[in-house]
Design a protein around this ligand. Structure first.
Ligand code: ATP
Length: 314
């Protein structure tokens, strides 16, 4: 399938594409068989303020596809605000967010979502009373609203579409080891499973930009290791992944590039090795040299344990 071009009618066609073409949506290298257009998410002189209180100050950076970008920083540094502005939950006070040649800042939340941006929340926001499967299936409806009449008037077509949607959802559930919970109420799942379900839901529409706001928050060691492995597998050449996270072990293990925020400003950006070597970052955030050694050792152990290949150094 040719990769859709943002800002054109192809953009909408992406969401209307036959579901069978999007069945393999989670594993790297299996998403699109044909050529695709590389998208870059860009922040230009981004600013957010509440009255006189500036929370994001002149942040410029780029997020490239095929990489997992970490965003780290102390509490209140502005990490979630970056996610919220990108997803359209917060209005941008100044500067610009663009996805390739399309300006996202100023667009409505649903328009940003329709442009291929999906997110998870720091505090889990599932439909607790719906089943696990329904939490995923419900994501299809806005994108396929044009097909509703056809489904009403032609039951075999409706049944086929339902099967196709279900296949995509079940594949995602299996990827996150949630298939056995498909008929359970989402609110009844253990916390760690709910976190995974939120990520699965964000993936239903096969987003080009996946924003994860503290996905490891509240997870135990075992669950964090599982999440780390899943995130590494979610990397595809055409997907931009941004992970806001406090778990340094996860970040240093899985991220290719890291942006360090401090007091609303971009303090540093680089590879995990560069971030760990930065005196500014050490001073502002990561702590003592002993802490850093512990983090490096833990990250190395986990990469070995999970079979994640060593990152490219650039
Ligand atoms: N809706 C809001 N109204 C007013 N101030 C806000 C709002 N949202 C965030 N802030 C302020 O913006 C600053 C950055 O908050 P943000 O949540 O982005 O930080 P963070 O780096 O994600 O922190 P944490 O790691 O604790 O989640 C904080 O000073 C916070 O109080």
């Amino acid at each position: 399938m040719a990769y859709p071009v943002l800002g054109s009618s192809d953009d909408r066609a992406h969401h209307r594409a036959p579901l069978r073409h999007r069945a393999k949506i989670v594993r790297a290298g299996k998403t699109h068989s044909g050529a695709f257009r590389q998208m870059t998410l860009t922040f230009e002189k981004l600013r957010k303020q509440y009255g006189q209180h500036v929370t994001i100050d002149d942040v410029s950076t780029r997020f490239e596809p095929g990489l997992i970008h970490g965003v780290i920083g102390p509490n209140g540094a502005g990490k979630s605000t970056l996610i919220n502005m990108t997803a359209g939950s917060y209005v941008v006070s100044g500067g610009k967010i663009s996805l390739d040649d399309k300006t996202l800042s100023g667009m409505k939340k649903y328009q940003i979502a329709n442009s291929g941006v999906a997110r998870t929340y720091q505090n889990i926001r599932l439909f607790d009373q719906m089943t696990v499967l329904e939490n995923l299936e419900v994501c299809f409806y806005p994108a396929h609203v044009g097909q509703v009449w056809r489904e009403i008037l032609w039951p075999p077509f409706a049944a086929k579409r339902r099967r196709e949607r279900r296949d995509v959802c079940m594949e995602l559930l299996a990827f996150f080891n949630l298939q056995h919970y498909a008929d359970a109420e989402a609110g009844s799942l253990p916390y760690g499973r709910q976190r995974m379900l939120e990520i699965a839901r964000a993936l239903v529409m096969n987003p080009r930009v996946l924003l994860l706001d503290e996905p490891a928050a509240g997870l135990n060691h075992h669950e964090t290791a599982e999440l780390t492995a899943r995130l590494a597998e979610l990397k595809t050449p055409d997907r931009i992944m941004i992970v806001v996270e406090h778990d340094m072990d996860l970040v240093m293990t899985v991220c290719d590039r890291i942006v360090v925020m401090h007091h609303g400003k971009l303090l540093f950006q680089g590879t995990p090795a560069e971030v760990q070597a930065s005196a500014d970052v050490q001073l502002a955030y990561l702590g003592t040299a002993n802490d850093l050694d512990d983090i490096k050792t833990a990250a190395k152990d986990r990469r070995t344990q999970l079979g994640i290949r060593a990152r490219r150094r650039s």
